[in-house]
Design a protein around this ligand. Structure first.
Ligand code: TYM
Length: 337
């Protein structure tokens, strides 16, 4: 049987340790990881191999990787429930990625929205890794017999590709070769939008950093960014993504952070002005981030403890990943060492 722990299904997800994590990463991913952790067997990574699809400053990459892991813990991931590790510490990810490279098709990879986006910004020499990146992500997921992949809306297409490749290979090598995963997309804030340009998603690589709330932003920066947030014409505070993307984004952020329904938030703002919505959203965000920032700094002050956590996570991840990889090697017809 492919499933490792009959009692609990498996969750896996990851974030690229590039630049600082932002509110979109937090609401689209980390906050849901925390929410789901008790009910699943969880693997959460800092995906440094994915980050390397774009040139990285070595010192910055190291800092960002520690910081991502510290944020995961500070946000509430419990080491009793979750395996935290760094992708490059588990060589099986690169090994399986090669095998998936031999089973993914040029056509399907060319259709990936994120590849089209990123390659259009890469200039004349587009790294091959940017093209095959979704198959490395598929390897991440398939190595652990993952059932559920909690991601923001922008990664759904990559999880769907993972499903296609898994089903294709199950057709070749037997139905229990890979567990076919499902995406988990949160009902609210699965696509947090840029504060200055609310028809584009909040992104680490946005031209203007004032459109993104970084998890490291100070309270004054958060206030300033929300104050400047683009709102829409008119003055009613209603959720309407088509006609009021800026206002809807702020309502979504509030709802994702407080659990209050969109209807209840709209009702609270009847007769109020956009300024109230901006100011109160900033307050809610600051309240959420403050303890996370404090705890992140404490964790970053003891790198040897983070190293210990990562070593432990990688050992457990390797043990599982090796079983999956061997299963596939055997079925492909490689001689087993
Ligand atoms: P990455 O690093 O771009 O983003 C990490 C997570 O944050 C989510 N996200 C958002 N959610 C809501 N609103 C936004 N504006 C926003 N921006 C980003 C992403 O959807 C993602 O969940 N390839 C992946 C990382 C990865 C991975 C994996 C994920 C590698 N292997 C295996 C899941 C499973 C990526 O580049 O995410």
């Amino acid at each position: 049987m492919a499933t490792p722990t009959p009692s609990k299904k498996v969750i896996l997800s990851g974030i690229q340790p590039t630049n600082n994590l932002h509110l979109g990463n937090y609401l689209g991913a980390v906050k849901n990881w925390v929410k789901l952790q008790k009910d699943f067997h969880c693997y959460y990574m800092a995906v440094d191999l994915h980050a390397y699809t774009v040139r990285q400053d070595p010192a910055q990459l190291r800092d960002n990787t520690y910081q991502a892991i510290a944020i995961y813990i500070a946000a509430g991931l419990d080491l009793d429930h979750c395996m935290l590790f760094v992708q490059s510490h588990v060589p099986q990810h690169s090994q399986l990625a090669w095998l998936l490279n031999c089973n993914g098709y040029m056509g399907e990879l060319s259709r990936m929205t994120q590849f089209k986006d990123k390659s259009s910004k890469a200039g004349a020499n587009i790294p091959v890794g940017l093209f095959t990146y979704p198959l490395l992500m598929a390897a991440d997921i398939l190595l652990y017999d993952t059932h559920l992949v909690p991601v923001g809306d922008d990664q759904k297409q990559h999880v769907e590709l993972t499903r296609d490749v898994a089903q294709r290979m199950n057709g070749l090598y037997g139905d229990d070769t890979f567990v076919v995963p499902e995406p988990y997309i949160a009902p609210v804030a699965a696509r947090v939008m840029d504060l200055l340009n609310p028809t584009s998603k909040m992104s680490k690589s946005a031209v203007n950093p004032n459109g993104s709330i970084f998890l490291t932003d100070t309270p004054a920066e958060i206030d300033k960014k929300f104050k400047r947030a683009e709102t829409d014409s008119g003055k009613d505070i209603v959720h309407d993504r088509q006609n009021k993307p800026g206002v809807s984004n702020l309502i979504d952020i509030q709802s994702a952070l407080t659990g209050e329904t969109i209807a209840a938030i709209e009702a609270r703002y009847v007769g109020k002005m956009y300024g109230h919505l901006k100011m109160e959203t900033a307050e809610i965000v600051k309240k959420e981030l403050e303890p996370i920032q404090k705890r992140t700094q404490e964790l970053l002050a003891d790198k040897s403890e983070l190293d210990r956590i990562l070593k432990n996570g990688a050992e457990k991840a390797i043990a599982k990943a090796e079983v999956t990889l061997r299963r596939l090697h055997e079925r492909i017809g490689f001689i087993m060492p």
